[in-house]
Design a protein around this ligand. Structure first.
Ligand SMILES: Nc1ncnc2c1ncn2[C@@H]1O[C@H](COP(=O)(O)OP(=O)(O)OP(=O)(O)O)[C@@H](O)[C@H]1O
Ligand SMILES: C[C@@](O)(CCO)CC(=O)[O-]
Ligand SMILES: [Mg+2]
Length: 388
């Protein structure tokens, strides 16, 4: 049996980092996807293997299923029952990956491989199979590559698990029901915890459900997830500064700053929360004529600009990001980092009436700095599964 599952990356319009500390944030899916294709091999053969092929990285690894069982121990496999990866288990997973002598330039993949082994064995046990992963997202750049990987993987695994008999089969297409989507998002969150340390859950949520959402992490109750219906299309230019960074260390640097300056940082998080609240109301507000649209766009740009200022003040901007902000500002365009910052990708809002000539001029200047620019479609579908 074989399935193919794809999940989108995302942009964060407002609220990254603050969302980890309880503030609201606004995120939207983009039309760049990670795809995971899993084929299960028949059980009961000799030399059964679990294989993973990270196509874009040129990395193909496999483990004998018997070794996985010996190292990780018996597990009661039930995709419908969530489990978290303990620190002891993470150590065992890291031992399994370490044996593969992954080249130094690819060590950032280790945490993705721990998440892969954890999710596969927790949902499907030690069934022999092969997973092939491809992604259109730049990895570790703020567009949610880790979440789209975890969501596509969890989606494929849930669809394959016995539990997925519930997955509705429509002629030649599967579709997830709401409960399945929630389960996929929760498993992906467990994977994100392995990669990120302390994720808020916004990235796996938007990658699973798609569109645009307002998200707020709750400690005691279920997270708030509110779909937003944007009344005007949002055009975004993405600039990949190509400066590598890692979400886990940026999130922990903000938490350390919050420990050093609790009151000040809490005021900043509150200010970011207000930006997200205002932005959510703004995107849903009607704009019937050109004047209303441009007033709305002005306000949106001002909110993005204030958010960038606050991100800079909590220490997650970077010279390369500030270069994008200054370069686009020459044409009165507003930019802000998206995702964890520290390099990675920057969003520039493209107003409806901006001429193509100005857009091209800005892109050309950014590319002369060594950055890569591309437009994305904002607010498409979330996770989708297809039979092969
Ligand atoms: N296609 C993939 N295959 C394997 N591992 C992946 C893949 N995509 C992402 N990862 C894992 O996720 C890590 C990058 O995640 P990280 O959270 O740092 O960046 P991001 O998700 O792109 O950005 P952000 O979290 O700011 O949106 C990689 O180092 C790797 O371990
Ligand atoms: C930096 C962060 O706020 C967004 C990363 O896309 C981390 C998180 O919310 O998990
Ligand atoms: Mg991530």
């Amino acid at each position: 049996m074989e399935v193919r599952c794809r999940a989108p990356g995302k942009i964060i319009l407002a609220g990254e980092h603050a969302v980890v500390h309880g503030a609201a944030a606004i995120a939207a899916s983009i039309d760049l996807y990670t795809e995971v294709r899993i084929s299960l091999h028949p059980s009961g053969q000799e030399n059964e293997l679990l294989e993973v092929d990270l196509k874009d990285m040129g990395l193909n690894l496999s483990w004998p299923c018997s070794q996985l069982k010996e190292v990780l121990g018996d597990c009661s496999v039930d995709g419908s029952v969530l489990v978290s990866c303990t620190s002891e288990k993470l150590e065992l997973l890291s031992g399994l990956v370490a044996q593969k002598n992954i080249p130094q330039e690819s060590v950032q993949l280790n945490s993705g491989l721990y998440a892969f082994l954890f999710l596969y064995t927790s949902i499907l046990g030690y069934k022999p199979g092969k997973a092939v992963v491809t992604s259109e997202l730049p990895m570790g750049s703020g567009l949610g590559s880790s979440a789209s990987f975890c969501v596509a993987l969890s989606g494929a695994l849930i669809a394959l698990s016995e539990f997925s008999l519930k997955t509705k089969e429509k002629k030649d297409q599967f579709s997830f029901e709401k409960n399945d989507l929630e389960l996929v998002s929760k498993w992906a969150f467990e994977g994100e915890k392995i990669i990120h340390g302390k994720p808020s859950g916004i990235d796996n949520t938007v990658s699973t459900f798609g569109n645009m959402i307002k998200f707020k992490k709750e400690l005691k109750t279920t997270n708030l997830m509110m779909p937003l219906n944007s009344t005007t299309p949002l055009k975004m230019l993405i600039t990949d500064t190509r400066v590598g960074r890692n979400t886990k260390s940026l999130v922990s640097s903000v938490s350390e700053r919050a420990l050093r300056h609790p009151d000040t940082m809490s005021s900043v998080f509150n200010a970011i929360n207000s930006i997200s609240d205002e932005l959510a109301l703004l995107v849903e507000s009607p704009a019937e004529d050109k004047i209303a649209v441009s007033e709305k766009e002005e306000k949106l740009m001002e909110l993005m600009q204030m958010n960038q200022g606050l991100l800079q003040c909590i220490g997650v901007s970077h010279d390369s990001i500030e270069t994008v902000v200054r370069t686009t500002m020459k044409e009165k365009l507003v930019s802000k980092l998206t995702g964890a910052g520290g390099g990675g990708c920057v969003l520039t809002f493209v107003p409806t009436l901006l001429s193509a000539a100005v857009t091209e001029k800005v892109i050309s200047e950014l590319e002369q700095c060594g950055f890569r620019c591309f437009m994305v479609k904002v607010g498409g579908p979330g996770v989708q599964v297809f039979p092969c």
